[in-house]
Write a protein that binds this ligand. Structure first.
Ligand SMILES: NC(=O)c1ccc[n+]([C@@H]2O[C@H](COP(=O)([O-])OP(=O)(O)OC[C@H]3O[C@@H](n4cnc5c(N)ncnc54)[C@H](O)[C@@H]3O)[C@@H](O)[C@H]2O)c1
Length: 321
């Protein structure tokens, strides 16, 4: 097939998709609103109390993990503050204990290490009780060189952002199944559905986390574990990590949408978690956007994502070469 015919066909496909999208959008919105209403009436409307439950929050020594720990403590949860950086974890514990009357304890553990997690579980059970809330928050976001990433950095990101969720699931889920209750929250990212150039490892780990949790939800449904809720969170850029903040300024994302604070994201996460919401996108409209964009041919999806950042990424790459 000649290049001209191929490109005409791609354009035709895109135009048909666009017309189709325009035609069915009102119907999609109606179905989504009805779905929300039914979900509110049937299952998600009554938030469950988590007072007295024991939560393990990974990567809780800084940023979003710290904000989630404080929010869970506000709801009455006892918190195991887990981080590879123990002084950060101790700071979080202090902040919790300054305000709330719950029990909180700092634990040093590397989420990529299964044995660390087994030991962590034993200590937490002994100190605070059985874990019924697990927040997979620990994440690594930046390579030392995003244009020519070191294989060690790539592997670390995969281990922390993706593989660790399999180990935490192995360690903490059996008790939840035995007690027939629990919450698993996994922090993915909008980068998992809108991948960014030169962030292939990060985006891949985050879409992997999203898929992992979808599979887990179905497995729990098949096993009739309806009181174990799995929530995946897809936030846009946050102000919590200075390297990420710097990158968003460089690629001009801040001009498109303000960066989110850890506190506002943590509040939304815990509210959604206790209602048993399956996916939380932040900002909210991103959920609609990411579903709508899938209707376009892949080439068009890529172009849409590049629309605002093409020149900035080009410039950034030139500066690094
Ligand atoms: N910052 C953003 O813009 C953004 C956007 C979307 C999603 N997220 C996700 O939100 C989560 C938290 O992000 P953040 O901005 O608060 O990050 P952060 O860098 O501020 O904090 C991450 C914490 O995880 C800990 N950690 C790293 N590796 C660990 C390991 N192997 N074991 C245990 N702890 C480890 C770090 O010590 C740190 O305290 C991450 O999963 C991240 O991918 C962040």
């Amino acid at each position: 097939m000649s290049e001209v015919v191929r490109s005409t066909l791609v354009k035709l496909q895109a135009i048909i998709a666009l017309i189709g999208l325009a035609a069915i959008t009102p119907l999609l919105i109606l179905v989504a609103l009805l779905g929300r209403l039914i979900a509110k009436i049937c299952c998600c409307s009554a938030p469950k109390s988590i007072a007295g439950e024991v939560a393990v929050v990974t990567g809780a020594g800084h940023g979003l993990g710290r904000a989630i720990s404080l929010e869970l403590a506000r709801k009455g949860c006892h918190i195991a503050v887990v981080d590879i950086n123990v002084s950060g974890a101790e700071d979080t514990v202090k902040q919790i204990q300054d305000i709330y009357k719950v029990r909180a304890k700092a634990y040093k553990a590397n989420v990529t290490n299964y044995d660390d997690l087994v030991e962590l579980n034993s200590k937490v059970v002994e100190d605070l009780g059985p874990v019924t809330v697990l927040v997979n928050n620990a994440g690594v976001m930046m390579h030392r060189n995003m244009f020519n990433p070191d294989p060690v950095d790539v592997q670390l990101m995969i281990n922390v952002n993706l593989s660790s969720h399999f180990w935490t699931k192995l360690v903490f889920l059996p008790k939840m199944k035995e007690l027939r209750k629990g919450f698993i929250v996994t922090i993915s990212s909008l980068a998992g559905v809108f991948p960014l150039p030169y962030s292939a490892t990060y985006s891949t780990t985050k879409s992997g986390a999203l898929t992992h949790m979808r599979a887990l939800r179905m497995e729990l449904a098949l096993e009739n574990q309806k009181d174990i809720h799995v929530t995946t969170v897809l936030p846009s850029f946050l102000r919590t990590n200075t390297d990420v903040t710097q990158l968003t300024h460089t690629i001009g994302f801040g001009d498109l949408y303000p960066l989110l604070t850890g506190e506002e994201v943590a509040q939304r996460i815990v509210t959604g978690m206790v209602r048993g919401e399956a996916e939380i996108s932040l900002p909210r409209m991103a959920a609609i956007l990411y579903r709508l964009i899938l209707i376009f041919p892949a080439e068009w999806q890529d172009r849409l994502i590049l629309l605002f950042s093409r020149n900035k990424f080009k410039k950034l790459r030139e500066e690094h070469s």
